[in-house]
Design a protein around this ligand. Structure first.
Ligand code: C5P
Length: 244
């Protein structure tokens, strides 16, 4: 039984500047989403890729993926949601019930090497319920007390950098685990006082919130997320180096 992957691709990508939804911005003449789906389709561990497209844009995204021929892998497109979390939940709902291992990969990480995809899937197969690829930090990180824009922010403390990791995708899960934490998060959202919960920005973070065990495997510097305009410049350079 092969693993399936969910690709949330419904974000606007406002930090990248004005233009098309982020997943459809081009890198080397090919949309970020196509790069990301190709990176997953290249893995022999993956049998199905489900893309959560901007709502209303499903047909356009399906045609786009079709026109790029993706290693004969099964690729399905569903409507994404208003948040990344909702897009993942909707993608997960489209995966057949007998699939036991699910990877979640940002459309915004177009250059993840296939070795990272393979390693994440293998770690779930080997028994982990949740696996994240991550890399050590180059920068020192400080916790601050956030202030309105323009005001200096008081520093609270400086965590030991050696114990920190910058987390990437694809993140891998036992399907039941991922399904369960997304249902719990959904139930809590509709409960009173949702503000009391700290924000969760990745799927593994949901597993942590509900007491699950998450492990880290080595990520890769080329699996960085394209968020700001400078990231696109870097991504173009990496792609050019690969093609050279
Ligand atoms: O905004 P950020 O870079 O964190 O987005 C990470 C991924 O989540 C992107 O692939 C983006 O398209 C996706 N996303 C989504 N639905 C949203 C918001 C973001 O699928 N409503």
């Amino acid at each position: 039984q092969l693993a399936a992957a969910v690709v949330p691709a419904a974000g606007r990508g406002e930090r990248l500047g004005p233009g098309a939804p982020k997943a459809l911005r081009e890198l080397g003449g090919v949309p970020l989403l196509v790069h990301a789906v190709r990176a997953l389709a290249r893995s022999r561990a993956i049998g199905l890729v489900v893309v959560a497209a901007p709502a209303g844009g499903e047909a356009e995204v399906a045609a786009l993926l079709d026109s790029h021929g993706l290693d004969g892998k099964d690729v399905r497109v569903v409507a994404g949601g208003a948040t990344r979390q909702e897009s993942v939940r909707l993608g997960l709902a489209a995966i057949p019930a007998d699939v036991e291992v699910v990877l979640v990969h940002d459309a915004a990480r177009p250059l993840v090497p296939v070795e990272v995809v393979d390693a994440v899937a293998a770690a779930v197969r080997a028994g982990a319920e949740a696996v994240v690829p991550a890399v050590p930090l180059a920068d020192t990180v400080k916790r601050v007390e956030p202030q309105p824009a323009g005001r200096p922010e008081p520093v609270l403390d400086t965590p030991d950098r050696a114990t920190l990791r910058a987390v990437q995708t694809p993140q891998g899960f036992r399907r039941d685990t991922l399904h369960e934490v997304h249902l719990k998060a959904l139930a809590e959202e509709s409960a009173p006082e949702p503000d009391a919960l700290p924000p969760v920005t990745d799927d593994a973070g949901l597993v942590e919130r509900y007491g699950g065990r998450v492990v880290v495997v080595p990520g890769h510097e080329e699996a960085f997320k394209v968020t700001r305009p400078l990231d696109l410049v870097l991504a173009e350079a990496v792609l050019a180096r690969r093609r050279a």
